[in-house]
Design a protein around this ligand. Structure first.
Ligand code: AMP
Length: 400
């Protein structure tokens, strides 16, 4: 394994998350976050491995300024973790949408930047921010190789019947309206790790990955290729999420526009930001820690919400079992999947037909790789903490 430090950057419209990872030890050397870039109240959080977390209020007029601060922190003589920028061998950028242009990660060139820009239409909130992050890094580290790792790339192996919507075909031809899927880096990482833990060939397995976080999606990975996933053209489709509705009858949009005297854009904001478990619980919470507590106290809103969430996941597992003509292993990952034994139990209660039985003791664990099904369970069930930053660092090292 090459020994280099990889800076992993995840840029949002007003934020920038980063981790510096050593490719040989795969350890995080430092990590942090810049918030409120370009708006009042800028803040930077920086944590060197083994050191204290530092928080400072600091205005950042743009992303270049934020990247500059990150690089200064990493090379600071007292609290930094590298002597100079030369000790950063590569930068890996998380890019949300690669459209149909990118089926894998790639080294960033001017042509690649243009192609990413060509996908802006498909992710107008995310891709432009990702590009700003790339430009800022290129300005400050012009000699350092950089890669783009796409959320959509892993799902590009889906067959036509899985990615096409039942709408006029010309919408696909003219506007590329189709299902793309997201969280691809996580689905790839977790499905590979499942094969590793099972000591089986990736290509020989039928795997279902349930990435259950604030954003949530399920994917079906058959013989080493993603064959379906629950998010679509945008991350709104599929599961009931923290604040996103997931699947619904599209006629609801017009119906609510008329009832509430709102525009399509306003209803879409409701579907993205005020729906999901937050909406279903009557505005109680989008956080499963709150929901679980209330569920255990017998709160009706929390009970219907958690049941609704679990049911939708179970339905997708059923659909993907059909899509793959079977399933060998089901994996739970992300904030809820890794840390919420109750929701794992609720989902698994629908899976008797797959011969799933959970070990109560193993399922009580949180946050580490674990087989949580019993030795007798016909289909294996694992908890596998996702690590998108490490996956991006690995992809980056492989490319440079
Ligand atoms: P994510 O988007 O992957 O960060 O997941 C966020 C969700 O994970 C929230 O609903 C949290 O309640 C849940 N979560 C995160 N950490 C924990 C934890 N330690 N215990 C229980 N739930 C957690």
């Amino acid at each position: 394994m090459k020994d280099m430090n990889v800076l992993v950057i995840n840029c949002g419209s007003s934020s920038l998350k980063f981790q510096l990872i050593n490719s040989k030890s795969e350890e995080v050397i430092a990590k942090g976050l810049c918030e409120r870039i370009g708006i009042e109240g800028g803040k930077m959080i920086y944590t060197p491995a083994g050191g204290e977390k530092q928080e400072k209020e600091i205005p950042m007029k743009d992303h270049t300024e934020a990247v500059r601060l990150v690089l200064e922190a990493l090379t600071d003589p007292d609290t930094g973790v590298v002597k100079s920028l030369e000790e950063i061998g590569a930068v890996g950028h998380r890019i949300v949408h690669g459209g149909e242009k990118f089926a894998s990660s790639t080294l960033i060139t001017d042509e690649v930047m243009e192609a990413i820009e060509g996908c802006n239409d498909l992710a107008p909130l995310h891709n432009p921010a990702n590009l700003i992050g790339i430009r800022a890094c290129r300005e400050l580290m012009p000699q350092t190789p950089m890669t783009a790792v796409f959320d959509t790339a892993f799902h590009q192996t889906m067959p036509e019947e899985a990615y096409l919507y039942g709408i006029p075909y010309r919408y696909y031809e003219d506007y590329k309206v189709r299902r793309y899927g997201f969280h691809g880096t996580s689905h790839s990482y977790v499905s590979h790790r499942a094969a590793e833990l099972m000591q089986k060939d990736y290509e020989d397995l039928k795997i279902i990955v349930c990435h259950l976080g604030n954003g949530a999606s399920v994917s079906a990975v058959k013989n080493g290729r993603c064959v379906d996933t629950s998010m679509g053209l945008t991350p709104l489709e599929g599961l009931i999420m923290g604040t996103r509705s997931g699947d619904l009858d599209p006629a609801i949009v017009e119906f609510l526009c008329n009832k509430e005297n709102k525009s399509v854009g306003e209803i879409l904001t409701v579907l993205n930001k005020e729906s999901g478990v937050l909406g279903l619980s009557g505005g109680f919470s989008s956080d499963f820690r709150d929901l679980e507590k209330a569920y255990r106290a017998g709160d009706e809103a929390a009970i219907r919400t958690m049941k609704g969430f679990a049911y939708r996941v179970a339905k997708y597992i059923g659909a993907y079992t059909a899509a793959m003509n079977g399933v060998d292993v089901i994996c739970f990952t992300a904030g809820i999947g890794e840390n919420n034994p109750l929701i794992r139990t609720m989902i698994s209660s629908y899976l008797g037909y797959l011969g799933v039985t959970l070990s109560e003791e193993a399922n009580a664990g949180r946050g580490e790789d674990a087989l949580i099904s019993t030795p007798e369970s016909k289909t294996k069930v694992y908890v596998i903490p996702t690590n998108e930053e490490l996956a991006i660092a690995r992809e980056t090292v492989a490319l440079v």
